[in-house]
Design a protein around this ligand. Sequence first.
Ligand SMILES: C[S@@+](CC[C@H](N)C(=O)[O-])C[C@H]1O[C@@H](n2cnc3c(N)ncnc32)[C@H](O)[C@@H]1O
Ligand code: SF4
Ligand code: SF4
Length: 300
Amino acid sequence: MKISSFLHFASFGIRTILFRKKDPILGTVIVTDKCNLHCKHCSVNNITAVVHPYRQIRGEMQTLYDMGVRILFFCGGETFLWRDGDKSLRDLVIEAKEMGFLIVNVVTNGTFPIDLPEADLILLSLDGDRDRHNMIRGDTYDTIMENIRNATADNICFYMAINQINKDCVRDVCKKARDTAHVKAVSFNFHTPYPDTRDLALGREEKAECCRVITQMMKEGCPVFNLKGAFPYLIDNRFPTPCHQCLVMENGKLSVCGRCIDVPGLCDECGYFFVAEYTLLFRGNPRIVLEMLFTYLKYI
Ligand SMILES: C[S@@+](CC[C@H](N)C(=O)[O-])C[C@H]1O[C@@H](n2cnc3c(N)ncnc32)[C@H](O)[C@@H]1O
Ligand code: SF4
Ligand code: SF4
């Protein structure tokens, strides 16, 4: 991370903590909800299947920027399906950087060729070993591994949503992150139980066991892009929600925290690690502040 970016985030953090401000810093633009997969745990694919036009996406990026957002995520549906005329996802990433976003990340299912060297991180969903991943995501594991081998930069971070199907694969994914070229780290979430996927949610003891394994793997040198200090809060779902510093834009609609904010009661069962990490950070939790500093400087 550039020193100027670090100073911007440090000053934002200090102001937010000291004055209990609710200004945003992290924003996500949903470029489409169209997807080539139908993963078992996912409730947000192919609801409209509209690929939003370039002008609209550009306007949404500008709105977020004007609101103070400096960490931008592109998400979907499948982000790599986005295209408008001769504009591709890569053009969006380059333009986001030119607009002044300090960190630009992309979330993808990894089934398309990965040529995005300008992105700071490509969060690539990997949901277990070959067997469990394919059980959740269809027969995609080998294609994804081939795309990672052929990737044009070392900016990939695995992204695993832990649920009833893959809860025993945390170790495999940690080791895969450590041992795979072009992969920097792995970042985890627990399954967030939308009404149609409640059966995939983990219980308290299962979450605790996953956190124990992640901690062990960190000790063994696996690169995990999460904060250990947030684990106890995630296990018991006792972190503050929603995250006021995070915004999502989908088809002109701006939501605080996640597009899931409208699902009644869901925030009480939220499994997204970033929500725990950011809300605890901005409440000034000293351990989280320190861990965030070290983790972000290490991986971004
Ligand atoms: C909605 S997908 C969009 C990007 C891309 N299609 C992908 O799969 O990475 C973004 C991430 O959300 C995760 N996800 C989907 N439903 C979830 C849920 N109910 N709880 C936690 N994570 C979930 C996916 O596994 C994926 O890592
Ligand atoms: S690839 Fe992503 S958007 Fe598509 S169904 Fe799977 S989790 Fe949902
Ligand atoms: S806190 Fe609520 S809105 Fe935010 S990600 Fe979790 S479930 Fe979604």
